[in-house]
Design a protein around this ligand. Structure first.
Ligand SMILES: [Zn+2]
Length: 279
């Protein structure tokens, strides 16, 4: 295992990639910034055709998600109170729905027409967008959020540049992604105990480390980068019996994991929650 066979340059930092086996996953991992990816075709089909997830997932999971969304919105609020927010890649509009409840002028956009129609039922058609290309939208948002979106696209720098153009100067952006510093170890441990974690199930093209996420945000012209912790979203929440055991453990790990930044270490939690500002 871990024979170094080098491939292309890393998308985030230009460093050299090496072939690695991470549990059951055959990956290419940057030897400089640690970003990982699985070569081959992305399997986005399941996402683009899925039904509204609120109809199939359990209440424990959605309660935790709603709580996390509220925490993030309170953090994004500026001195003037709730402003105008866009959830890019907003799926069925769950985040924008919470934002509306908290007094934000909230919009959701998604490339999937299934998602857009679910969000329209939730938010009203005028707040559920299938495109953010309209020139009159540029520079109008106080906040743009990307919940687990950057890992799914081929060119996340271009996506973050688009998000930046939609923000007012000084506007804030929230970016979340699984933390590959954590997932890399977690997948190896799970494989050892016979519960393999197959990253292809998550359709993530790029598996970011804190360093690689910072690099792409900087390349996109964002500044004042910082890592925060807003809550747990892991899928263990969807399994009630297992969730009751794992959730407190994961919450504790994630809360400690982000506090490692105070010691000058990278965040070690299962997910990265990054806040940045448009210059
Ligand atoms: Zn790299």
């Amino acid at each position: 295992m871990d024979d170094a066979v080098t491939f292309d340059a890393c998308y985030a930092c230009g460093g050299t990639e090496a072939e690695r086996k991470v549990g059951v996953n055959h990956m290419r991992i940057c030897t400089r910034c640690g970003m990982g990816r699985i070569p081959g075709d992305p399997m986005m089909h399941a996402y683009w055709t899925q039904e509204d997830p609120a109809e199939t997932l359990n209440e424990v999971y959605w309660q935790a998600r709603r709580q996390m969304f509220r925490r993030a919105l309170h953090h994004l609020e500026q001195a003037g109170g709730p402003g105008k927010v866009l959830d890019l890649g907003g799926g069925a509009g769950h985040f924008a729905e919470i934002a509306l409840e908290l007094g934000w002028d909230a919009y959701s956009s998604d490339l999937s027409h299934h998602a857009v129609s679910h969000a329209a039922r939730r938010l009203g058609a005028e707040r559920s967008l299938c495109s953010t290309d309209a020139p009159e939208m540029l520079g109008t948002f106080d906040a743009v959020t990307l919940w687990c979106v950057v890992a799914h696209v081929a060119d996340p720098v271009a996506l973050l540049q688009e998000a930046g153009r939609l923000l007012k100067p000084g506007g804030r952006i929230l970016i979340t992604s699984p933390n590959f510093l954590f997932q890399n170890v977690y997948a190896r441990v799970l494989a050892r105990i016979g519960r393999p974690l197959d990253f292809r199930d998550h359709d993530h093209l790029l598996n970011f480390t804190p360093k690689s996420l910072e690099l792409i945000a900087s390349k996109a012209g964002l500044s004042d980068l910082s890592f925060r912790y807003f809550g747990v979203t892991e899928e263990c929440l969807m399994n009630r019996s297992l969730g009751s055991l794992l959730v407190p453990l994961k919450k504790a790990w994630n809360m400690v994991g982000v506090r490692t930044t105070m010691l000058g270490l990278p965040p070690m939690g299962a997910e990265l929650h990054m806040i940045a500002t448009r210059r």
